[in-house]
Unconditional design. Structure first.
Length: 201
C-alpha cells in the first residue's frame, strides 16, 4: 500500500475513534467535549482538535455517522465492481436526501472552518476504494484515484444541493439524475462490469 494511502487510512481511523468516543458519551448521557470524546479511545487532546476544532462540528458529524449503513449492507447482492460502486452511490445519495437538513448544517459549518480542517466525505471515499479492492478492478493507481474522486463528487449532499438549489429539480428526481451521472462516469472506465477477478480464478 502506498505511504500516502496508509497515512490517509490512519487519519480516518483516528477520526472514527473520536466520533465513536462522542457517541459513547452521548449513549451514557455524559457531557460531550472534544477532549472527552478523544479520551475514550486514547486519542490526545491536541490531535482531536486538529480533526474537530469545536464541539458543534464533532456532535453534528457524530450524529450523522450513526445513520451510515455498513459497507457490507450497502453492497449486499452486488455481483460486480460496477454494481457495488453504484450501490454505494445510491446509498450515499439516499442518506443525504433522508437527512438533508442535518447534512446541510454540517456542510455549512465545515466550509466556514479553516482550510486545513474542512475534510469531509471520507466514508464514501473509503467505501468506493473498498469496492474496487474487493473486485480486484483492473485499473492503474492513477485511474483508481480519478474514478474514486469522480464518484465522490456526485455522491453526497453537495450533489443534492447542486441538483435541488441550482438545477431546481424536485427531490423525487434527484436520485435518478445523480445515478445517471454516476453511471456516465463508470462508462468511461471499462472492465468494471465483468465477474470479479477472484471469482474467475
Amino acid at each position: 500500500m502506498p505511504a500516502t494511502n496508509g497515512r490517509r487510512y490512519q487519519k480516518q481511523r483516528t477520526r472514527e475513534a473520536i466520533l465513536d468516543g462522542a457517541r459513547v458519551l452521548m449513549a451514557r448521557g455524559e457531557p460531550v467535549s472534544v477532549a472527552a470524546a478523544a479520551a475514550v479511545h486514547g486519542v490526545s487532546r491536541a490531535t482531536a482538535y486538529r480533526y474537530f476544532p469545536d464541539i458543534r462540528t464533532l456532535t453534528v458529524e457524530a450524529g450523522l455517522a450513526a445513520f451510515v449503513p455498513a459497507y457490507e449492507d450497502v453492497v449486499a447482492g452486488a455481483a460486480t465492481t460496477r454494481e457495488r460502486l453504484m450501490a454505494i452511490h445510491r446509498a450515499m445519495i439516499a442518506l443525504a436526501l433522508e437527512h438533508e437538513p442535518a447534512f446541510r448544517q454540517f456542510l455549512a459549518h465545515t466550509v466556514e472552518a479553516p482550510e486545513d480542517r474542512r475534510s469531509r466525505g471520507a466514508r464514501r471515499i473509503n467505501y468506493f476504494e473498498q469496492a474496487l479492492k474487493q473486485g480486484d478492478a483492473p485499473l492503474a493507481e492513477r485511474d483508481r484515484k480519478r474514478l474514486v474522486a469522480s464518484l465522490a463528487a456526485v455522491s453526497g449532499i453537495e450533489t443534492v444541493i447542486a441538483l435541488a438549489d441550482v438545477a431546481g429539480l424536485a427531490r423525487v428526481r434527484i436520485g435518478e439524475i445523480a445515478a445517471g451521472m454516476a453511471a456516465a462516469i463508470l462508462d468511461s472506465f471499462p472492465g468494471l462490469d465483468g465477474p470479479d477477478l477472484r471469482q474467475r480464478a
